[in-house]
Design a protein around this ligand. Structure first.
Ligand code: TPP
Ligand code: MG
Length: 267
């Protein structure tokens, strides 16, 4: 029998959990209202996951878990090899996974990330190695697009001395991110560390949703499809123009899978 110990989670994707009856479930959550909501858990504990697990630890019998641990370590190593391989795959104009893969080691250990809902969420989850006092904020259970820029500003006001990086798609940028540039332009000079890089994936597509449509609905992407979406995006404002107008500095990442640093577009 599989034992499922779930930390604080209220994710709606129950299809990724074992079938009820296949596993015995224990859930820990700060908010008691989330307990047992997604799976018929047998033991529900309200509390901080780290503190609760530390309190439960002395009650457990010590067992030799070295084989299990080795298996997990090998799986993690294998995963990082897969991520590296995927990031290095050639793409025109640029494989977004490479961007996140290369961004990760360049971030300071106390960076704050504001992540939007879209393909960005996946690349962040797969390629960014969280460490030190880094923190990332995501819309998570709400999965509400347009979160990255307000989160980034909130982080900057709370921690003006830390590097905050916003990671979002062109759809989210058009939705409300562009408006937030006005706030950035008004306040950035007051921040101890005035940097606020905003990484926008300009794929001319609501990519997460079109992938879902391709995967789940068998809705294949075709060249006319793309052209149509591209032209739709072209009719919307160009982020770099807005960036220039709001006295923030647009940068263009080099194409052809290069891992060099981004170039500043001074035009
Ligand atoms: C407010 C809101 N509207 C719609 C959605 C559904 N949705 C999830 S991801 C996504 C596409 C995001 O597009 P973009 O910001 O361009 O990112 P991409 O996936 O293309 O990288 C949409 C429409 C949502 N989660 N929240
Ligand atoms: Mg997009």
């Amino acid at each position: 029998m599989l034992h499922l110990v779930s930390g604080p989670t209220n994710e709606p994707y129950t299809e990724f959990l074992p079938e009820p009856g296949q596993a015995r479930g224990v859930q820990i959550d700060l908010d008691g209202r989330n307990l047992g909501g997604r799976y018929p858990t047998e033991v529900n504990v309200t509390g901080d996951a780290a503190e609760t697990l530390a309190a439960l630890l002395p009650r457990l019998d010590r067992r030799d878990r070295s084989a299990w641990r080795k298996r997990i370590e090998a799986a993690v190593c294998e995963w990082w090899e897969i991520a590296e391989r995927r990031a290095r795959r050639e793409a025109e104009p640029l494989n977004p996974q490479l961007l996140f893969h290369e961004l990760s080691p360049r971030l300071p250990d106390d960076a704050l990330l504001a992540v939007d809902v879209g393909s960005t969420t996946y690349w962040y989850a797969r390629h960014i190695r969280m460490r030190g006092t880094m923190r990332a904020n995501l819309s998570s259970t709400l999965a509400s697009m347009g979160s990255a820029m307000p989160y980034a500003l909130a982080a900057k006001f709370a921690f003006p001395d830390r590097l905050v990086v916003a990671l979002l798609g062109d759809g989210a940028m058009q939705m409300n991110g562009i408006n937030e540039l006005i706030t950035v332009a008004r306040h950035w000079q007051d921040w101890d560390d005035p940097r606020l890089p905003i990484l926008v994936l300009d794929n001319g597509d609501l990519n997460e949703v079109t992938w879902e449509q391709r995967e789940m609905e068998g809705d294949p992407i075709s060249p006319p499809h793309r052209r149509c979406r591209r032209s739709r995006t072209r009719s919307t404002p160009d982020c770099s123009v807005w960036a220039r107008r709001s006295s923030t500095r647009p940068m263009l990442w080099p194409t052809h899978g290069s891992s060099r640093s981004p170039t500043i577009d001074r035009s």
